[in-house]
Design a binder for this molecule. Structure first.
Ligand code: ZN
Length: 464
């Protein structure tokens, strides 16, 4: 996520990328990392068939999810997260939760909990290690009437964090963290999705994954999207304008934009996306999903920009907005997963640092490291901590966090830092990383003892 844009000059970016000689062989990206510590439910496979009303504001249908148990313990239950209810909770009389599930099969559902963002489904029998099971449910999604990543702007609907997804159980138990208004609470494992979206033909439907659209009933179309090894599924619906281009590295970039977004801004964002998706791939391992949708609006100022796998919502401006930052998230939280509630720096700080690399910003701004206000503040604090802290939190995670990486680059040297990050990505490809895992990767890349570096930069783990 990014709330404020920094005025990077597109010219600088293009000049830099034209001369870049960095490369990661495509084969490096072919490694599948199982590095999620035996988390469950493992390797989820989602199927959803959803039908929109005439406006794209309401979607109903059926969702199923098949999952395994790669942990050592039986799985007695799963939790479905309804993140679309984060803001509205359980609703009010006459206006229920925006996202509801019903007619559960494959288990017995409890009443929603955690502010109606979680539903526990008890399995009929414990799923033993190595087993697989399926649960299914009817799903009803009503897009809230507010400008939001799960919300509406005029005739455009945005369905980010709207599709119910599985919660994760790992060595710490089930992760049932609450919704936060600042930052993100999401923690999901790499999953496969096949989603059909039946919608009025007049609506364009950008979506996670590789999409095809065919005629449906009279006046309607069916967009089918398949995505493998992604952590979430998002889409939008509206009378977008659109254009498709392919990067030199072979990634299809589909841009969608609202009528009011100036053409020049759109062109800048599209050009930056085409360059960034290849350049980030050369640095961290090739973008593996073939297609990315960049959804642009000049009206996202109140909400900023937001990343989803294979789809980014970008607040467009004359510099391209946060398109590079959001695309960097395809690696930091997408390919290399993390618990975004527990360790938001593992996605946000890394996305900022990646964006800096692409424009040749060596972190000179870190000379004015944001002053910590008390001993409990740290780069590594949770989204829950920052949500309670209030506005202004992002300078600690985004700025100080990125400066941890800039300063680490100064300790390791730029070449060693780049090599370390490539290896770190490869080791956690489609897996889940932690602060401790990153510390180990960094320490392995230098003979300098980093203990005091972590302490001074407030990179803390439970044991430090
Ligand atoms: Zn971000």
């Amino acid at each position: 996520m990014k709330r404020t844009g920094r005025g990077f000059a597109a010219l600088v970016l293009s000049a830099l990328l034209a001369g870049t000689g960095l490369g990661v062989p495509a084969s490096a990206a072919a490694v599948t990392g199982a590095g999620d510590g035996g988390a469950a439910p493992s390797r989820p496979s989602y199927g959803a068939d959803l039908r929109a009303d005439a406006t794209g504001g309401r979607w109903t249908g059926r969702e199923t999810v098949t999952f395994g148990n790669r942990s050592a313990e039986p799985l007695r239950e799963v939790y479905i997260r309804l993140w679309g209810n984060g803001t509205d909770g359980c609703g009010i009389p006459g206006k229920p939760s925006p996202v509801r599930i019903d007619r559960v099969t494959g288990g017995t559902a409890d009443a929603p909990s955690v502010g109606c963002t979680a539903v526990r489904i008890a399995l009929p029998a414990p799923l033993p290690p190595g087993g697989r099971a399926t649960v299914g449910f009817d799903v009803s999604i009503t897009v809230p009437d507010r400008l939001h990543r799960f919300g509406r702007d005029g005739d455009h609907r945005y369905l980010g964090n709207a599709l119910p997804v599985l919660a994760v159980r790992d060595a710490q138990g089930w992760h049932l963290d609450p919704h936060v208004d600042r930052g993100e609470s999401y923690y999901t494992l790499a999953s496969d999705f096949r989603v059909t979206l039946d919608h009025p033909t007049g609506l364009r439907v950008p979506a996670t994954g590789t999409t095809t659209t065919r005629p449906g009933a009279p006046g309607r179309s069916v967009t089918t999207s398949t995505a493998r090894q992604v952590r979430d599924f998002a889409w939008a619906a509206g009378p977008f304008r659109s254009g498709t281009a392919t990067s030199p590295g072979g990634v299809t970039v589909r841009a969608y934009w609202t009528d009011g977004t100036p053409d020049a801004w759109v062109e800048t964002a599209r050009a930056e996306a085409l360059r960034a998706i290849d350049d980030l791939g050369k640095r961290f391992g090739r973008y593996p999903y073939r297609e990315v949708d960049v959804v642009l609006s000049d009206r996202f100022a109140p909400i900023g920009s937001m990343e989803f796998p294979g789809l980014v919502l970008v607040w467009a401006d004359e510099w391209g907005g946060a398109v590079v930052h959001e695309l960097a998230h395809q690696w930091w939280y997408g390919i290399v997963g993390n618990d975004e509630y527990a360790s938001p720096w593992l996605d946000e700080s890394f996305a900022v640092y990646s964006g800096d690399l692409l424009v040749g910003d060596d972190g000179a701004y870190c000379a004015e490291f944001v002053r910590w206000e008390n001993d409990t503040q740290a780069v590594t604090n949770s989204s829950g901590y920052w949500d309670a802290y209030g506005p202004g939190w992002s300078r600690f995670v985004y700025t100080n966090g990125a400066c941890v990486l800039h300063d680490l680059e100064k300790v390791l040297g730029s070449r060693a830092m780049a090599a370390m990050l490539r290896e770190y990505v490869r080791d956690h490809w489609y897996g889940v990383s932690t602060t401790a895992a990153f510390q180990r990767a960094a320490q392995a890349a230098t003979t300098t003892d980093l203990t005091s570096f972590w302490r001074e930069h407030r990179v803390r783990t439970a044991t430090s």
